[in-house]
Design a protein around this ligand. Sequence first.
Ligand code: ADP
Ligand code: MG
Length: 580
Amino acid sequence: MADGSHQALSKPDNSPPPLDGNAMVAKALARAGVDRMFGVVGIPVTSVATRAVAMGIRFIAFHNEQSAGYAASAYGYLTGRPGVLLTVSGPGCVHGLAGLSNAAVNAWPMVLISGSCDQKDFGRGDFQELDQIATVKPFSKFSAKPTSIKEIPSCVFQVLGHAVSGRPGGCYLDLPSDVLHETITESEAEKLLLEAESGWPQPNAIGTVGCSEIEAAVSLLRHAERPLIVFGKGAAFARAENGLRKFVESTGIPFLPTPMGKGLLPDTHELAATAARSLAIGKCDVALVVGARLNWLLHFGEPPKWSKDVKFILVDISKEEIEMRNPCLGLVGDAAKIMEMINKEIKNDPFCLGKSHPWVEAISKKSKENVSRMEAQLAKDVVPFNFLTPMRIIRDAILGVGSPAPILVSEGANTMDVGRSVLIQTEPRTRLDAGTWGTMGVGLGYCIAAAVASPDRLVVAVEGDSGFGFSAMEVETLVRYKLPVVIIVFNNGGVYGGDRRSSEEITGLYKDDPAPTSFVPDAAYHKLIEAFGGHGYLVGTPSELQSALAESFSARKPAVINVIIDPYAGSESGRMQHKN
Ligand code: ADP
Ligand code: MG
């Protein structure tokens, strides 16, 4: 007996070691096609990250979940696949809500994965305890919580599938620490993975649009006197650029991109109505709106900005969105597919406005007038810098890069407003800005997402000093991962710049404190990145800015260019002054 048991103990065991929950999560993510993750590790998810790396997933470790979440949301937009954010429990999950809510509001696919406390200790004040499923509810399309290791594969596949199906958005996966410590055999894990794969909800991108609706849309456009096509980041997400170009070039209908729709067709295209925006939206009689909501960014589609008689044709993946806006005609479905159907219908009986059409001529004339007025302002070298002079120099440097064009990240008040009209987008999905929510603090996260999603492109951020400050510590992340990102900070010493209070407002016990809008003047932001071995530049003149851009763009290494701007240039709240 003794001999026998000794033999059993020393017999080599050829079966693979069991997997724990961490490895199961990593394996399921990899099998579902996840190739990048963003996050901050800690209890109980550190091993989820290290296992994911071992499975070939690139994990980008941040300082703050908020920035990592913004990165995950933008990664979803840029790639069309859910961006994944990993956080610890409780406060980590709460910080991650910034990214999840941003994804929900922008309609971008993302999955927040948070560790959570031991199931048996929930409700007893466990470490970082929080009812995370309830917390994420307003921003999550679909949430899942495996209660045992066996449920991990199906939960992983479900949240990833729901994030991209229908209107894209944020989903949530909760990982209790006890589930992460359970184990399972390799063969059982394999069986569960196969089951999960076959049950994965596939993205429903077809929609319900029929031939008669397409015919009705084309008929409205054909008989319009002043037709316009407007497209937004939903069309960019759908990769509808080829269909949009074909439509615009075959019909001669002028187009207007929303801020993140810029680049689907080049801003320099002769049918671009961007520089004649007020005329285009104020006078058009039929507007085909593709993947863009008639929300505040488009003045709700209402007078006085739009004509009261305008007929809207809305193309959107979301039936609810179309029903809510009650347009003349709604086409529910994927923007790329619907543009293809529209183009096919037009091809049967082509029409084209032509350059001498009064509407096309009016838009072109107005555009040329506005562009030449703006160019006259831009041509001046104003020092100390206003917003226009450095923006012109940056525009020319970005255009000088050629193709593939850099991805531009833009945030701020005046910086973003001026940047939107001056900087030129020539390729699709090359502009990331504050988006539907006007979210400030997205800059560094977006830069990191862009660099990771498109390693062949340079990433250039043009940000206000306030926007930069939200996540400035992530410059260390840029240096650590050696990302080709150049951050240009428009440093005017605060939110909106200098102290704009009237003397009557400067009163009270703390009147000697700096204004709520003020930061330390001339802050040395360029030195922040030098602390980690990146390149910093301090510039105050056109030639200094030109040489900093030339050097940093060709080096393709992390850099911060601190551009000192006149604190009293620009206005409070930029374009949104009436709301502040
Ligand atoms: P913008 O800010 O550029 O105006 P919005 O975010 O307001 O854009 O609107 C984008 C719209 O695109 C959303 O209503 C969303 O439902 C829609 N959308 C998302 N994906 C697709 C798709 N594949 N096809 C058509 N519409 C889409
Ligand atoms: Mg500022």
